[in-house]
Each structure stands twice: as structure tokens, then as C-alpha cells.
Design a protein around this ligand. Structure first.
Ligand SMILES: Cc1cc2nc3c(=O)[nH]c(=O)nc-3n(C[C@H](O)[C@H](O)[C@H](O)COP(=O)(O)OP(=O)(O)OC[C@H]3O[C@@H](n4cnc5c(N)ncnc54)[C@H](O)[C@@H]3O)c2cc1C
Length: 390
């Protein structure tokens, strides 16, 4: 393991670029793959390295000291790729996994709709069988990186005559195909990380189905499990203004580092960061040993969102009014404010905190399940989204 750590350390020191431009990110990801450091635990036959969670952990520890330009690949690496490995045919794995690992193809996740977010099983985008193909019509929203994506994992309704969870199918779609329109959405930071996506008679081959026709819900649950671990595990140490080490530096800059309250809160933040990092490492090791995270992914996701909120509270304590009104030439103040403004989204993206708590209550703590009135009702008869049955 020492040799692997030394290799990772030396490679990162020599190769991490200074910007996050798309072309740079793609070059970096290809070089990472060439160096044997992309898809560390993924099977070698599809371009992975076939190593263990221990090597992945070493890579994560070393990479945490850099800002890798890899965020554009996060949905592919963290969610779509692992789900294709879990559920895809040999042909799908052979087609998609290697280019994904090399950063040649960018992926997005097409689940949420204007009327279906927390209750994503109520989605209305339809895929209708037409001979050997499927025809898709409908709309998605909040689709991260869809404006850059080459492929997407689409959840669509294929059978409205069965209860809502049973009539869904997951498809792997080409985002450049005729019938796909992507419109960026600006969030409260002024950036446009996500999009609306419209489908107008998008035609898909039969081979676009991931898993089983009608098996879209278990496929979505599989992907959301990967998403929650991937989000919860996203703790950047070096350049994240909300990481405890950088907040300690901010405290020094503002002369607040001798304040006992600030010191206690920074120590608590450090403890929470470490606990989450260890929990995520454990989930990854268990997954590697054949025990997927299941509902415990919700614990990681919720803890990650809470950690961000805790860090924002400490940032406010340290920076006071500078947290929202900083000197125009204070680059660090600008970054801190951006991180603070982005934090609320971590309690929404990938399933809200309330939904994670319900999952934890139902599936881990064994509390009585939430009452569900529509479990056995055909989707066609439900009043959901814009659907109003006669
Ligand atoms: C930054 C960001 C990136 C995203 N990226 C993607 C993406 O790439 N792909 C994608 O498909 N989606 C994406 N989403 C969408 C995200 O999954 C949804 O926003 C989320 O699931 C919540 O759905 P909603 O916004 O429709 O809110 P709603 O479901 O309308 O919820 C509104 C409020 O009601 C609460 N609520 C709803 N139902 C319950 C319940 N049963 N019990 C208790 N409280 C409840 C919620 O917790 C929330 O506070 C992204 C969102 C964000 C913020």
C-alpha cells in the first residue's frame, strides 16, 4: 500500500492542473486513467483497475489535498457508471464504462420533474413502445450538467395502468439525439449548474433499457443509493472554504483564532468531518466486500448536508458580516460567500433532508412506515404533477 500511496502522491503533484475548464478536465481525466488511477475499484475488463476500497481510500486521502477538475464527471463516476455496472448488459458496460472513466463522455441523471421531486415515482415523462423502439415525450428539471452531457440515465413511465412504482423503466439516452432540448437554469449563486430538459418524440432503441422494462424503480433506488454515498463522500479538504482547516485559517485572518467559542466550534467541526469521512470509508469498504450501502446511504447523505450547515454556522461566527458582504478584492471572501450560498442545495439535491430522515426512520430504525394512500392505485387514476384524471 505504501507504494500505491507514493505513486498517487507523485502523480497528483505532477499533474493536477490549475483550472477547471472543460478541455482541461477531459485531458486530466484521460491522463488519470492512463496512470491507472481512474475507476480504482471498477472491473478491469471495462477499463477499471480492479483494486480494492483500501486503494480507493488512499487515492481519496491524497486527492483531498487538491482541487481536482473532476466535478463535471461526478454524476457519471458516482452514479450512472456504478448503476450500469450493477444492472447493465455486457454490451452496455463495454460501450459506456471505459469512455466514462476516461472523461470522454459526460453523463447526467434525468429523474426529477416539475411535479415529481421527492415523490419521483409520480413522474409523467412517457416512453411508449413503437415496434422495436420507444418514443419519449415529457420534461425533466434540475438536471445537473445536462448542458455538457453526452448521455443521460432517464427514468420514464412505460406503463400508466399499474401502480406508480411498477410502471417505470430506466433508459440510457444520447443527449445529442433529435428530440432532446436542454435549457440552463440559473441558481441563487448566479451560476447555471442545472437545466430543464425537454423530450419531443425522442426515439430510443430497445437496447437503451437499463435493467428490466418495468424495473425502473429498483434501478432508481440503486442509483440513488450510489448518489447518496457519492454526495456524502464529497469532502474536499484543501480548497473548500467550509472545511475546518480553511475556516481555522479564516479565523486567523480575521483575528478570531484566540476566541474560545470559535475554537470549540472548529473542534466540533473537525470531529464531524472525521466521523463522516470514516463512515463513508466504511460504507465503501462494505460495498467493495459485496454489501451495498442501502438505506445507510441516506445517513451519509444527511450527515454530509448537516456538516455543510454546521460549517456555515461556524463561518458566520468567524467572518461575521464579511460572510455576506466582503471587500471586492478579497478573493477568499468571495469564495466563502459562494460556498455559503451553495450550502442550502446540499439539503435538497439527491433527496431532501426530510426524505432522508423518513428513509432512516422506516428502514434503519424500524419506525412505523409513513401512510401511503396510492400504493395499489393505477398511476392513470392518480392526481399527481399536472395529471388530473376525469
Ligand atoms: C443543486 C441541485 C442539483 C440537482 N440535480 C439533479 C439532477 O441532476 N437530476 C435530477 O433528477 N434531479 C436533480 N435535482 C433535483 C432534486 O432531486 C429535487 O430537488 C429533490 O428531490 C426535491 O424535489 P423538489 O425540488 O421537487 O421538492 P418537493 O419534493 O416539492 O419538496 C418540497 C419540500 O417538501 C418536503 N417534502 C416533500 N415530500 C415530503 C414527505 N413525504 N415528507 C416530508 N417532507 C416532504 C421536502 O423535504 C421539501 O422541503 C437537483 C436539485 C438540486 C438542488
Amino acid at each position: 500500500m505504501t507504494g500505491f500511496r507514493e505513486k498517487v502522491r507523485a502523480w497528483l503533484a505532477a499533474n493536477v492542473p490549475g483550472d477547471e475548464e472543460l478541455a482541461t478536465a477531459k485531458r486530466f481525466q484521460a491522463a488519470l486513467h492512463d496512470a491507472g488511477l481512474a475507476g480504482i475499484t471498477w472491473p478491469t475488463e471495462y477499463g477499471g483497475q480492479g483494486l480494492t476500497a483500501a486503494e480507493q481510500q488512499i487515492f481519496d486521502q491524497e486527492a483531498a489535498h487538491y482541487d481536482l477538475p473532476t466535478s463535471v464527471f461526478r454524476i457519471g463516476m458516482g452514479m450512472c457508471g456504478p448503476t450500469i455496472l450493477d444492472l447493465g448488459t455486457a454490451g452496455q458496460k463495454a460501450r459506456y464504462i471505459r469512455p466514462l472513466l476516461r472523461g470522454e463522455e459526460i453523463w447526467c441523471q434525468l429523474f426529477s420533474e416539475p411535479g415529481a421531486g421527492s415523490d419521483v415515482a409520480s413522474l409523467q415523462t412517457r416512453a411508449v413502445r413503437d415496434g422495436d423502439s420507444w418514443v419519449v415525450n415529457g420534461q425533466k428539471v434540475w438536471t445537473t450538467v445536462a448542458h455538457l452531457a453526452d448521455f443521460g440515465a432517464l427514468l420514464a413511465r412505460t406503463d400508466p395502468d399499474v401502480p406508480k412504482h411498477q410502471g417505470l423503466t430506466m433508459f440510457l439516452i444520447d443527449m445529442h439525439a433529435p428530440g432532446v432540448t436542454v435549457r440552463p437554469l440559473t441558481d441563487m449563486t448566479g451560476r447555471a449548474p442545472f437545466n430543464e430538459v425537454y423530450f419531443a418524440d425522442l426515439r430510443l432503441p430497445a437496447g437503451a433499457v437499463l435493467g428490466q422494462v418495468g424495473g425502473g424503480w429498483p434501478a432508481a433506488v440503486t442509483m440513488l443509493g450510489h448518489e447518496r454515498v457519492s454526495i456524502g463522500g464529497f469532502v474536499r479538504i484543501r480548497h473548500d472554504p467550509l472545511a475546518h482547516a480553511n475556516l481555522a485559517e479564516t479565523a486567523r485572518r480575521y483575528g478570531r483564532d484566540r476566541d474560545p467559542v470559535v475554537r470549540v466550534e472548529l473542534a466540533k467541526l473537525y470531529a464531524a468531518e472525521r466521523a463522516l469521512a470514516l463512515f463513508n470509508a466504511r460504507l465503501r469498504q462494505e460495498a467493495e466486500a459485496g454489501s451495498p450501502p442501502g438505506a445507510r446511504g441516506s445517513v451519509a447523505k444527511l450527515a454530509g448536508a448537516q456538516l455543510r450547515q454546521q460549517a456555515v454556522a461556524v463561518a458566520g461566527l468567524i467572518a461575521g458580516p464579511h460572510a455576506i458582504a466582503w471587500d471586492p478584492d478579497d478573493a477568499a471572501g468571495d469564495e466563502l460567500a459562494l460556498a455559503i450560498n451553495q450550502t442550502p442545495s446540499s439539503s435538497i439535491a439527491g433527496g431532501t433532508d426530510q426524505i432522508q430522515r423518513t428513509i432512516i426512520g422506516d428502514r434503519i430504525l424500524g419506525l412505523p412506515r409513513e401512510p401511503v394512500a396510492d400504493r395499489d392505485v393505477p398511476f392513470r387514476e392518480l392526481r399527481v404533477g399536472t395529471q388530473r384524471p376525469a
